[in-house]
Write a protein that binds this ligand. Sequence first.
Ligand SMILES: [Mn+2]
Length: 496
Amino acid sequence: MKMKHFLNICGHGVKTFATVANQQSVQRCLGQPTAYSHPFLMKTDEVTPGLTKENYRTRRHNLIELICNEKVTTPQQDKISNKHIIVVLGNPVNYMSQDIPYQFHQNTNFSYLTGFQEPDSCLVMESMPGCEYPNHKSTLFVQKRDPVKELWNGIRAGTDGALEHTGVDYTEEIESLGQFLTNHISEQNTIWFDFHRMTNLQLHLNHVRGFLQTAHKKGIQIRQVEAPIHEQRNIKSSEERTLMLKSCDVISEAISDTMAYCKPGMNEIELNARIEFVAKKNGAQMLAFPPVVASGNRANTLHYVDNDQIIEEGSLVLVDAGARYHGYVSDVTRTFPINGKFTEVQRTLYEAVLRVQEICIRLCTIGQSIDDIYNVMTMTLGKELYDTGVFKEKLKPTELMQHVRELCPHHVGHWLGMDVHDTPDINRSMKFLPGMVITIEPGLYIREDNEKVDSKYRGIGIRIEDDILITEGEPIVLSSKCPKSVEDIERIMAKG
Ligand SMILES: [Mn+2]
C-alpha cells in the first residue's frame, strides 16, 4: 500500500503543518517502541522516548535550511543549484553467522532525522521547487509488511505505520527507492549523500549506485551530506540535553554501584557484567561501547577490552564505560583501588590527574576549543609530574613535554552525542558554543617497563573522564553523580 500525505506542503510553513498533522499514536505494534506498545516509556506523539514528531520535523527543516542557505562552504558556489535532494540510508542488520544477528543499531544520521528504528530504510528529502526555502518534502522508504518475515523477525511498521508514527510527509516501500531516485535525476539538483561510508551495501548496490553514476555522468554535483548533519548534531537541543543527562546518570549509577560491589580477586569480566546489568536495569538499551575494565598494568593498554584477568589485591582498576539511552550515549572513566583504599603512591598520581582534569573542565566555556584544552592539559600534567618527582632525571622543558605526551598519548576529549566519538566531521579546533557536549579525559599511563620513571610509580594507569555540557555560563558536568574524589570513592567502596 502506498500512502500519500494529505497536505499540500507547498504554501504551508513547517510550523503550520506540524500542528495540523495527526497527534494520535498508531494503534498497533510497530518495529520499535510506541506510545501504544510501550505506554510506560513513551507519550503520544513521541517518535522515540523524549523526542516528538515536531522535534524530528524541526531537525529536517533545519537541515534543509542549512543546505539551502549554503552555510556549508563550497569551492564552486556558482555551480550550486537551488534544488537539493538529500539521501540518507539506514543500517542493515549485521550477522555474526548464518541467521544469527548482532543487536540492531541504526545509522545515527538517519536516526537523527527520522527516529525510525527499522533496518534497511532510507530517507529522501527534496527541496520544493517554486516554494520559499526551507519548504521541502520528506519521503521515508521502509520495508513492506510481510507475514512470513514478521513471524521470524518481528513486526514491521510498513508504509502506513511509519507514516503515522514518524510524521514524515510520505512513505514508500524500499523496493521503489531506485526508481524514485532515477525519476529525480535533474541537472538542477544538487545531490547530498554520505559517500564516505558504506552505510548499507545492499541498498547501495540495488538502488543508489546507478542513480549516483548517472548523476555523475551528467555532471550533477554530489555533495557529502554528513558535514551539515554533523554541524546540526553538534549542538544539542534541550530535549537532547535531557536524554544525555539521563544517559550519564545511568552510567554514573552503574559505575558507582560496581565500585561498591567489587572485591580483590574478582575477574575483570564480573565488573564488566555488573556495569552492564545496572545500566540496563536503569533503562539503558545497551552499553555505548565494549567497556574497558583494566586492572594493574593492563590499564596502560588504552583500548584494553579483553577484561578477562583476575584483579589483584592492591591494584587500581580503570573502568571506561558508557550507556546508550534512547539514542544518546555517555562515556565515563573512573580509576579506583580494588580494595577500597588508595596507597600513598596511587593517591599522589590520582590526585595529580584529578587536578589536571578539574582545570580542564573549568575551561569548557564559550570561545575555547578541545585543542586549546589539550594544550592546557599537557602543560599542567607536565607541571604536576615534575612537582611530584615522577621522573628519575632532571628534565629540560622540551624533554618534559615530550615525556608527558608519551605518558598521555591521547587527546583530552572528543564530541559526544548519539555516537561515542560523535560528529567526527567537526574539527577539534572548533570554538565551543552552548549546547555542545564533550568529554574531558586526561590520563597518565606508566607502563611497568618505563625506565624513565621512578620504579615506585610504574605499572599504574589512570584516566578520569567526565561528560561536559557547554552553556552560556559555567560548564555542566553531566556525569557529576559518579564518585570522583579520593574521599568519595573510598566512602562508597567502604559501604560495599
Ligand atoms: Mn571518551
